[in-house]
Design a protein around this ligand. Structure first.
Ligand code: TIU
Length: 220
């Protein structure tokens, strides 16, 4: 076991049974002209974590540990997108409509690609998820079970939406979850702070939180 100094107390994980999950570091949320911007958000905040996420990826890649990338993505016919989700898609453009990087949140469109600096490498798992959480309608639980994964380390965007939802889904499925706090970001700093508090409250009701430096020190 490797032990990381974390909140609310030390997080121990077994190498080989631990996967990194990078949530939705796609152009739709991080670059101007995508879904995040269409919702009225300042997307500049999110790009700031790219170097930290890259550093976290390096920890796992250098050791050959499993890496999962997710994208929030719908089929081109939107058959996997509830009408309620489209209706609440913000004032400017809705899911499936054409923006500066192609159709918003549609698989295969330019905006749906993970940003170049964090592009998946051969052998890494990439899943398209129609929901906010990574387990809904993706089959990822079965994939992780097949690999013997028991522990998940989380990064990505946005902290209180897709990251938190995925962590809670993972928690309910028995995974021990660590969020790397400087490798996740929200359009709303107060929501990120609240999410971190919610995760670690009540003795780690959802999981653990630590900075990248603590993980790097633990594996050194
Ligand atoms: N809007 C927002 O904060 N997030 C999302 O819609 N999706 C993800 O968090 N990936």
């Amino acid at each position: 076991m490797i032990t990381v100094a974390a909140a609310p107390y030390d997080y121990s994980f077994p190498p080989g049974r631990t996967a990194l999950v990078v949530i939705d570091m796609q152009r739709d949320f991080i670059e101007p002209g995508g879904f995040g911007a269409a919702l009225g958000n300042d997307v500049g905040r999110l790009a700031a974590i790219i170097p930290t996420v890259a550093g976290l990826l390096a920890v796992f890649r250098d050791r050959g540990w499993p890496v999962v990338h997710t994208r929030e993505a719908h089929r081109p016919d939107l058959s996997d997108c509830p009408p309620s989700k489209i209706a609440r898609g913000g004032a400017a453009l809705k899911i499936g409509e054409v923006g500066a990087m192609g159709r918003l949140l549609v698989a295969g469109e330019p905006g749906n690609q993970i940003v170049d600096a964090l592009a998946p490498m051969a052998g890494e798992i990439v899943i398209d998820k129609p929901g906010k959480g990574m387990f809904w309608a993706t089959g990822i639980h079965e994939i992780l079970q097949g690999l013997g994964i028991t522990h998940l380390v989380f990064a990505g965007v946005t902290t209180e939406v897709c990251v938190q939802t995925s962590m809670r889904e993972a928690n309910d499925r028995g995974y021990e979850c660590l969020l790397i706090e400087d490798a996740t970001e929200s359009y709303f700093p107060e929501f990120k702070a609240s999410t971190v508090q919610m995760i670690v409250a009540q003795g780690g009701i959802v999981g653990w939180v630590a900075p990248l430096a603590a993980l790097q020190a633990a594996v050194a």
